[in-house]
Design a protein around this ligand. Sequence first.
Ligand code: FAD
Length: 440
Amino acid sequence: MSIAVVGAGWAGLAAAHALLRAGRQVHVYEAAAQPGGRARPIEHPTLGVPLDNGQHVLLGAYHATLDLMRTLGIDPAHACHVQPLRLASADRALRLNFWPLPAPAHRLGVLLGSHGLDGWRGRRHLGRVMRALNPERIAAHETVQDWLCALDCPPTLLSSLWAPLCLAACNTPIAQADARIFARVLRDSLGARAPDSHLYIPRTRLHALWPAQVCAQLGARLRRQRVQCIEQERHARSDGAPGAWRVDGERYDQVILAVPAYEAQRLLASLPGANGYLNRWPAWQYAAIGTVTLRLRAPWHSGQAMSLLWDDPARNAWGQWCFDRSVSAAPGPEQHLAHVVISGAERYANCDAQAVIEGTVAQLRAQARRPLPAIDAQALVTEKRATFLLTPGLARPQTRTPWAGLLLAGDWTDTGYPAVLEGAVRSGQGAAALALAAPA
Ligand SMILES: Cc1cc2nc3c(=O)[nH]c(=O)nc-3n(C[C@H](O)[C@H](O)[C@H](O)COP(=O)(O)OP(=O)(O)OC[C@H]3O[C@@H](n4cnc5c(N)ncnc54)[C@H](O)[C@@H]3O)c2cc1C
């Protein structure tokens, strides 16, 4: 049985890996020069250091991804800087430590080892949140803000802790984000075993975590080609199986479409019956993520791999999270880098890039406790359609489509997670499992 995978992001490559392991004939089509999709390596002319298109963080709860790495012989603990979940602002006004107690007692760690939680009301609220981590009990239309306020969240905690955490997890403002899915992420990380809440920050390029190995296995079966057309042959085959598929004219038994939702819409639109099916898809809205990268003359050694920044766009302070690569990167030039991540980056769409960088650098200098070394180069990279906006009740498409032999994968399918790497991997593996289960 031959299978085409369209798209070599994490979803498509996870699908390809599962199919290769099962000994299937698989071809992967990728439109871009580099595989990896929204988690791809880039070269920036001013920085001169290999980079990703944006800083990514994985969680210990990303079981599908971490297991995939292990299957390929990569130890996540070596490939990533791993640390217990510690959320601290760069100015140290807020500190949340999750003490390494065995579950479920480790939930108490947040109450024991924390500072800046708005007194007992804040601690009581966090205790309530920990007890309320049951997505099934949250109304489908509820936003994260509504859900937290119903749990008596002090206003300062809403703005200083939950708003940046929600933006980081969902890339959607707290007043708009789906409470069910946010609660699921919290449940699977903070609410599960202590290691599930650990942060995994890649030491080098995301591509080296596992995609590079799958690309090497694929060899020439990974083609650079932007697929223009997917068609199904009209007649069922003589054995009763549905008609074969053609991808830009090439024949396959099955196709896994692992492209972004807007591209899947384009490719599906010409199939018979597509209108009725696509009309049931959500009206996707997208949110941008920006990353300001600084190449420093010396490694920063701030002591914190990741710290929270207080943003204030009205004052040109855009950053929400800062990553000091001298703490998390493998030895080499990357240790001279610092990244500032800006979720909801569409807010600076009308600003000059240089002004955004300067505002962000000033913000970092004002909030970081350890002075920033001299900056040799700086750059802003913005991914305009970084993720879909995770509003409540989105009817995200399933892996199966109305057309036999045509499956969907991608972080935007119904993964139960926000648009994240783990959702992409799970969706790719789920599509591969369905493809493998189809009669040969
Ligand atoms: C800046 C940034 C920061 C992020 N931070 C995090 C984070 O910290 N943690 C986290 O878990 N997630 C994070 N994410 C989200 C994560 O990157 C995505 O969820 C994930 O990469 C999506 O993978 P995918 O395979 O579903 O889609 P994509 O990566 O979009 O892959 C789709 C692929 O299909 C290709 N394609 C499109 N059209 C065609 C065509 N016609 N023919 C052939 N190929 C085609 C594209 O070129 C692309 O390679 C971040 C995303 C961004 C942009």
